[in-house]
Design a protein around this ligand. Structure first.
Ligand code: HEM
Length: 164
């Protein structure tokens, strides 16, 4: 399997595990909740950069025919992205650990707390759909990662065909 796919999958597994921990701040404690969520934001940026090819490809062909599955996927990914921004923004506005540790005090407002709660709940649904839509890639890459299997890349297959 390509090194890039291995890195992608391991990073995704770590990010997802951290996301599940972040969804339960009362168990982890607020400090872990906030610092871990900031680390998640960093891994999400790497996740986007590692999948940048797909983003550029689908963005440029968004209005062309024959892209139905990818278009739904693309819209869902945008919703997840915007929701993620809302979670982080509202989280920072109600921060009890990260922001005070920087010596800052932000005006407390119940709206930010409700927005944080709502956007976190929405992210759970969107994340479930995101996983479902990418399940083929996740399952096949995980299989190869844990069984040490090799990927037959397209050029290799073409070469085999050419020899036959
Ligand atoms: C992946 C990102 C995040 C997720 C999924 C997430 C999720 C949650 C959830 C589910 C709650 C519980 C809401 C409730 O009790 O009704 C919560 C509470 C909270 N979150 Fe986040 N959050 C994230 C990021 C952040 C960030 C970046 C900060 C601050 C820097 C933050 C600060 C807080 C605070 C202060 C609470 C209130 C805890 C309490 O006293 O009840 N969160 N978050």
């Amino acid at each position: 399997m390509s090194k890039q796919n291995r890195i992608k999958l391991l990073l995704d597994i770590l990010t997802f595990a951290a996301f599940l921990i972040a969804m339960d701040p009362h168990t982890s404690g607020i400090s872990i909740h906030e610092w871990l969520s900031i680390a998640i934001a960093a891994t999400v940026i790497v996740h986007l950069l590692l999948n940048w090819d797909w983003i550029v490809r689908v963005s440029s062909r968004l209005f062309s025919k024959g892209l139905n599955g990818s278009r739904a996927n693309y819209i869902l990914n945008w919703l997840l992205f915007v929701d993620g921004i809302l979670i982080m923004l509202s989280g920072i506005m109600i921060s009890e650990a990260v922001v005070p540790s920087l010596g800052l005090t932000l005006p407390q407002n119940f709206t930010w707390r409700s927005l944080h709660d709502l956007s976190a709940n929405i992210s759970l649904v969107l994340m479930g759909l995101h996983l479902a839509l990418h399940w083929n890639w996740i399952a096949s890459t995980a299989k190869r990662l844990f069984t040490g299997g090799e990927v037959i890349t397209k050029p290799m297959m073409e070469r085999k065909d050419a020899q036959a």
